[in-house]
Design a protein around this ligand. Structure first.
Ligand code: NAD
Length: 480
């Protein structure tokens, strides 16, 4: 790449799932596109894909899969008549498999960038007035400019002043994905998505995991019936979740971490081998633009954008974790597509009401649309239908009968308002709900469709039937 000022139609800053998708879509639409990213992997090699691919969604799913297999080998295989004398755990091989998956996927984005003729520039981008972008990289500084800039700089783990990070002892989610052995005890601060997923990985591999959560309700954004069901399963698995606890301090003491926290008014002490801090993430807005660019932040410190991801500065857009809305890869990717298409003069809008949420624990938890508590609060009358996986032939054959599918439909119109699932493959099943709700389906619409037997999807069908009390494989609630 020449050092003189190059001009692009679009410069995307950040190559996470929001930025790289935006760049590919821009290029597909014929826009001359550059994507600037400064991520380097542990070997100091530039690596595309951002948090999601490098230290987030993908590596955590790789470890969740491996740890689930390990646990199954100890607890479930004998039920299938498969016995072996010894199960050995090799954490380093497990980590190597994870790293290979990450390398393949990040390398895949590099290939996609090449195939789409995207100028992929490694370095740190800084926006100056007139949509000029100064990039500082290993080979010095260069300036490029564009008609449009898309900021997709992502987010970073929140660090607590009461528990400052200490390498390999008090760690964030990235640190917790890289342990090279199974710690005896792990404390986790925060029973959010990351705390539950990473807590599950290490519990399955043999750690005693204690999760401290400040709030007094479990997964408050999920439907509370589903959250309680999930909480019951986690308790059975001995994932020790302590609600209503507040961290006072955490520090390394004699090779362990001393955690002092308050449970109600009681002060308690906990000694753990590792402490994982998973109390949320904050948007990466530091040193991304010069003050004279005058981009506005919202009251929570995110870049202020409208529903089309336009900032207050013409020609500058922001997408993904750096703007309002759930910090979810799929939400960021969809924003990337929307902005690319709008820049190319097309129409595209996102239905933010129907962004699915998933927690990749066992059982998985997934939902889309309104919860019962939200509908109660807004005075909307509704009917519900639920179907337990315990009554599903496929779930029984799989040996995975935890949880249920619950459908909420408008009492007057029967339109589906929310679908909430805790159970096997909830992350996959929820897509059926998104499709149905995007097409404004009623519970009757789903009830009248044919679902393959035997499949987990039948639980979605039966839950839809249950809304009008017609489920076949459970006893009806009341007389019609
Ligand atoms: P989160 O907001 O989901 O959960 C953080 C939890 O920490 C909250 O329950 C909060 O009450 C608690 N907390 C905050 N301060 C505390 C304190 N001092 N003591 C005890 N508890 C405290 O955040 P996260 O789990 O860190 O995840 C960050 C973001 O990444 C989220 O937006 C999440 O949706 C996203 N993410 C999504 C997935 C997925 O989609 N499966 C996976 C990982 C991360």
């Amino acid at each position: 790449m020449s050092k003189k000022n190059q001009y692009f139609d679009v410069i995307v800053i950040g190559a996470g799932p929001a930025g790289y998708v935006a760049a590919i879509r821009c290029a597909q639409l014929g826009l001359n596109t550059a994507c600037v990213d400064d991520w380097k992997d542990d070997n100091n090699k530039p690596s595309l894909g951002g948090t999601c691919l490098n230290v987030g969604c993908i590596p955590s799913k790789a470890l969740l899969e491996s740890s689930e297999k390990f646990e199954q080998s100890q607890q479930e295989f004998a039920l299938h008549g498969i016995e072996f004398s010894e199960v050995k755990l090799d954490v380093l091989s497990m980590q190597a498999r994870k790293n290979k998956i990450v390398d393949e996927l990040t390398g895949g984005i590099e290939q996609l960038f090449k195939a789409n003729k995207i100028s992929s520039i490694h370095g740190r981008a800084f926006i100056k007035p007139e949509r000029q972008v100064v990039i500082t990289g290993d080979n010095g500084e260069q300036t490029i400019s564009a008609d449009n800039i898309i900021i997709a700089t992502g987010s970073s783990p929140v660090e607590l002043s009461s528990a400052p990070f200490v390498e390999n002892k008090i760690v964030d989610s990235s640190g917790a994905l890289a342990f090279d052995g199974v710690p005896e005890t792990i404390g986790v601060i925060g029973a959010g998505v990351i705390g539950l997923e990473l807590g599950s990985v290490w519990r399955r591999l043999g750690s005693k995991v204690i999760v401290l959560e400040a709030q007094d309700s479990f997964l408050p954004l999920a439907d509370q019936q589903i959250a309680k069901d999930a909480q019951r399963h986690f308790k059975k698995q001995k994932l020790d979740i302590r609600l209503n606890t507040r961290l006072t301090s955490a520090k390394v003491k004699d090779e362990q971490v001393e955690v002092i926290y308050k449970h109600g008014d009681d002060e308690q002490q906990l000694m753990v081998d590792k402490l994982v801090v998973a109390v949320g993430r904050c948007p990466n807005v530091e040193k991304v633009w010069h003050e004279s660019v005058e981009l506005l932040l919202d009251e929570r410190g995110f870049i202020n954008v409208d529903e089309r991801c336009e900032t207050n500065v013409p020609g500058i857009y922001a997408i993904g974790d750096v703007v309002r809305g759930p910090m979810l890869a799929h939400k960021g990717s969809e924003e990337g597509v929307m902005v690319a298409e709008r820049i190319a003069g097309q129409q595209h809008e996102i239905n933010y009401e129907l962004v699915p949420s998933v927690v990749y624990t066992d059982p998985e938890i997934a939902w889309v649309g309104k919860t019962e508590q939200e509908l109660k609060a807004s005075g909307i009358s509704y009917n519900t239908g639920a179907f337990p996986f315990a009554a599903s032939g496929r779930a029984k054959a799989m040996g995975n009968t935890s949880g249920q599918v619950k459908i909420i439909a408008d009492a007057e119109t029967d339109r589906i308002l929310g679908v909430h699932i805790v159970g096997p493959h909830a992350s996959e099943l929820i897509a059926q709900a998104v499709i149905a709700m995007e097409l404004s389906a009623s519970s009757e619409d789903l009830a009248l469709m044919v679902f393959a037997h035997p499949s987990l999807s039948e639980a979605v069908h039966e839950a839809a039937l249950a809304v009008s009390n017609q489920a076949i494989h459970v006893v009806a609630r009341k007389k019609r």
